[in-house]
Design a binder for this molecule. Structure first.
Ligand code: FE
Length: 213
């Protein structure tokens, strides 16, 4: 983008969502034989599941551990997240949503694939899929059930539609049995899906080892 070209008609020809641009780029690279799609899948999967969401997990772990930070996060998520060093494209205007026994929040982008990159990395394929984008709004409980998440009938499910202007980070409930855990230990309990609202935090009693006596 040249500096002397300051009007924005490019944005009408090119999808404004960086995820769409990346997808277009991937298609071209694979079609020209420059990239092995299998290798790319491994790479993308790693970023979707490990590298990206780890940032969000640290934000949530800090909110679980520090009441002042928690209050700040719900008051001004953009500032509180930037304080952790996570900022950048698609993370400028963040809102944190608190999951409780009464209210379960889940996030979708019905229009395309808006997603909080700085805290969650690249969006998973299902997040970008047409069925998720439409069904999350129409029948959120059925969608959650397919993720293995059955909520009590008296828990209200709220669905939040991401836009280019607003991105959401779900703060899952801190699981019972994690008392006294360090923020770094807690972060291991916080999955990507729990921060989209299609999952819960991991059960501390299950697989992860803690160093408690
Ligand atoms: Fe979008």
């Amino acid at each position: 983008m040249s500096k002397d070209h300051d009007h924005d008609h490019h944005s009408h020809a090119i999808p404004s969502d960086p995820a769409l641009r990346v997808q277009a780029l991937e298609t071209v690279l694979v079609e020209k034989g420059l990239v092995d799609p299998g290798a790319l899948d491994v790479f993308v999967d790693y970023y979707q599941n490990e590298v990206g969401p780890r940032n969000g997990a640290r934000v949530v772990a800090r909110a679980w551990s520090d009441p002042d930070y928690r209050a700040w996060l719900f008051d001004d998520a953009s500032a509180a997240i930037t304080d952790m060093g996570y900022a950048g494209r698609q993370g400028e205007d963040m809102v944190a949503l608190e999951n409780t026994a009464q209210v379960h929040n889940m996030v979708v982008c019905t229009l395309c694939s808006c997603y909080p990159w700085p805290v969650l990395g690249l969006p998973p394929v299902w997040y970008k899929s047409a069925p998720y984008r439409s069904r999350a709004v129409i029948e959120p409980r059925a969608v959650l059930a397919e993720f293995g998440l059955e909520l009590p009938d008296d828990t209200e499910v709220r669905v939040w539609d991401s836009t280019a202007e607003l991105r959401y980070l779900v703060v899952p409930m801190r699981p019972v049995g994690s008392d006294g855990w360090s923020a770094e230990q807690l972060a291991d309990l916080i999955t990507r899906d729990s921060m989209i609202g299609t999952g819960l935090a991991r059960d501390p009693g299950a697989p992860q080892e803690s160093s408690q006596t």
